[in-house]
Design a protein around this ligand. Structure first.
Ligand code: FA5
Length: 342
């Protein structure tokens, strides 16, 4: 048999191979020590030096080709080892979906809130989450002796006290950003301050660490109508057109007049439950910026007026239509069985 015939026979044998064992047998019979090529090399031993050289070269080239094809076939067979034969492959079987995470629901709510306020010209500002008592209270018309401070159940930082700004606190509300924003000196103002807050509170509707978003608008001629319109615009876009809100008169020292804004509870439809207790859930406070606060921010209250509101992010998220969460602490327990539902 000449080399050409040998190679074509090898290619034929290769086509019919179905296992690695078969392949090894074929390799040995052609390229093994006692295989067909070794035998051919032996047979040319008696030829002239010239012939030996040309034939020897061809035999070695054939050996190399055979070895390459064997290696290729080996790779293919190893890959197919556990695969189904082609006729049993179910082409319509869906592939395996890779596991992907998603943003935490509080982060999702923050993005949504930012997007809703953008068209009204409110841009996000950031202020310290540990701030001076002054910006959290005094600048907001709440002197240190005022009993209203109790409502903010504040965490104080064990650090030296500043003569002008007082102690450091974990911001109990985002209103600390109001006077800081005014002091930048850029009027008019349309600020959205979203930040972590801390209070010594914890139950089904209170967290020690929670988020608030605070809107502040200051310009000439800003009235309570603008405040109501802005709140209704937000509620319609965030909760849907069917939800109801109510404004209850309230007393915040930094706004006058002041309101608490409530929304009808989505969990019980307004009948009263463990979460809302009376059919309504408080979303947050709002009001017209007090003249003393404008003054603390270096703004003349005879020329400018403004409104502000500060609401809890977890609370607004829980009150979204169809999201039945009866305990605010579920949002921060980081149990994936809960979080993966959203
Ligand atoms: C304030 O914090 C005022 N700074 C809001 C404000 C801003 C009024 C601007 C006027 C003008 P209040 O203490 O009610 O108000 O808190 C506002 C909202 O934050 C609450 O309605 C609630 O939605 C959320 N909140 C307050 N405490 C907690 C808490 N412990 N856990 C979760 N959410 C809370």
């Amino acid at each position: 048999m000449d080399l050409k015939e040998l190679l074509s026979q090898f290619k034929n044998d290769l086509k019919n191979i179905s296992s690695l064992e078969n392949l090894e047998a074929v390799r040995l019979s052609y390229a093994g020590k006692k295989g067909a090529l070794a035998k051919m090399l032996k047979d040319i031993a008696n030829l002239s030096a010239e012939e030996k050289k040309t034939l020897g070269k061809k035999i070695n080239e054939a050996k190399q080709e055979i070895q390459e094809k064997i290696a290729e076939a080996q790779g293919g067979l190893a890959g197919k080892k556990s695969a189904l034969p082609m006729d049993k492959f179910l082409k319509t079987l869906p592939g395996k979906k890779p596991v992907t995470g998603h943003l935490h629901i509080i982060s999702q709510a923050i993005s949504e809130i930012v997007e809703i306020f953008k068209p009204l010209g409110f841009t996000r500002a950031r202020y310290p989450e540990i701030d001076w008592e002054y910006f959290a209270f005094e600048a907001l018309n709440i002197p240190s002796t005022h009993p209203a401070r109790d409502e903010w159940e504040t965490f104080f930082i064990d650090a030296p006290v500043d003569k002008k700004f007082g102690r450091q606190v974990i911001t109990p509300h985002t209103s600390n950003g109001q006077v800081r924003e005014m002091l930048k000196g850029n009027l008019p103002i349309r600020m959205l301050n979203i930040s972590r807050c801390g209070r010594r509170q914890e139950d089904a509707s209170h967290l020690q660490t929670f988020f608030q978003f605070e809107g502040l608008a200051i310009d000439k001629g800003v009235s309570i109508t603008h405040l109501k319109g802005t709140l209704e615009y937000f509620v319609k876009n965030f909760f849907g057109p069917k939800r109801k809100i109510r404004l209850r008169p309230y007393d915040f020292r930094f706004t006058e007049p002041s309101f608490e804004v409530d929304i009808n509870c989505d969990l019980c439809g307004g009948a009263g439950c463990k979460f809302c207790k009376g059919g309504w859930v408080e979303l947050g406070g709002a009001g017209m910026v007090h003249p003393n606060v404008l003054k603390a921010g270096g703004i003349d209250p005879n020329v400018y007026t403004g409104f502000a509101f500060g609401w809890g992010i977890e609370r607004v998220y829980m009150m979204k239509g169809g999201i039945k969460i009866d305990d605010i602490r579920h949002l921060v327990n980081n149990d994936l069985r809960f979080l993966e539902q959203f």
